[in-house]
Write a protein that binds this ligand. Structure first.
Ligand SMILES: [Fe+2]
Ligand SMILES: [Fe+2]
Length: 269
């Protein structure tokens, strides 16, 4: 029994059950080694990111519970921490099908918050929610949506769907909290003052990294749930233009400086 089966819906909550017995082992074995290992490395990297997200969401719950947030926000963030444990296990088990080594069942570590000692605690927490949920989780949702559109293997499709449906909630909770904070008046000035810094980290650094590792599309790899770096970068650019900038403007934020900077730095399509 895989790790994700051991912590799966039958024992925790009511999440989708993945039929690991129908995992595409033959198709994976038929891939050339360099393609097989590349997909494995991508899912292994995601496994590590999912683990880091567990502690991050748990800390956000703690901060928002301490400084006040709507119950629906606390409920969704608390659930997100648990979702990311499940995602870690799914990514670990899927990566294990591609790599030639045994992957760990436990990792250590959690993401460190950006130190902003000049800000009040609830303002610091809001900026983290915006960066993590509104920006990163929204982009992850778009990324998995595109991955799903290209994945043809039925098991891989159900795996991507299972991650995607959670990531959409993780994005939505951020937009809810940001909308509340702007409506209450205290969110707008602090988010506007930090927007560029926040996007430098959540979007700019990703685009810089992917530009240094150019990678085209590959149908045989995409069939098994994989996207090349060039397509990943395009999703980020289009997501910034079509979802993030309009979404931030819709909650009442002035995004003029961010749009200008995004244009100058080549973040837009
Ligand atoms: Fe996740
Ligand atoms: Fe997530």
């Amino acid at each position: 029994m895989t790790l994700s089966e051991r912590i799966s819906p039958s024992s925790i909550g009511t999440r989708r059950v993945l039929g690991w017995q129908s995992a595409p082992r033959a198709a994976i074995a038929a891939l050339p080694a360099h393609k097989r290992l590349r997909i494995g490395a991508a899912w292994r990297f995601r496994m590590e990111q999912e683990h880091l997200a567990v502690g991050h969401f748990a800390r956000l719950v703690y901060e928002l519970a301490a400084t006040g947030a709507e119950p629906v926000v606390l409920a969704l963030l608390t659930r997100a921490a648990s979702d990311e444990v499940r995602h870690f296990a799914i990514c670990r088990d899927y990566a294990a099908l591609f790599v030639d080594e045994v992957l760990p069942e436990r990792l250590e570590g959690s993401a460190r918050p950006v130190p902003r000692p000049h800000l009040a605690r609830r303002e610091q927490a809001l900026l983290e929610v915006v960066e993590t949920c509104c920006v990163s989780e929204t982009l992850t949702g778009l990324y998995f949506t595109e991955m799903l559109a290209r994945t043809t293997d039925p098991f891989a499709r159900s795996l991507v769907e299972s991650l995607l449906e959670d990531e959409l909630h993780h994005g939505r909770v951020g937009w809810t909290h940001l909308t509340n904070a702007c409506r209450e008046g205290w969110g707008k000035p602090v988010v506007e003052a930090h927007l560029l810094e926040l996007f430098e980290r959540a979007v700019g650094s990703v685009l810089t990294l992917s530009a240094s590792r150019r990678e085209g599309d590959d149908l045989s790899m995409e069939a098994l749930a994989w996207l090349g770096n060039d397509t990943g970068a395009r999703i980020y650019r289009e997501g910034l233009r079509d979802m993030l900038l309009p979404g931030l403007a819709a909650v009442g934020l002035d995004v003029g400086a961010l749009r200008e900077a995004a244009h100058t730095r080549g973040w837009l399509p």
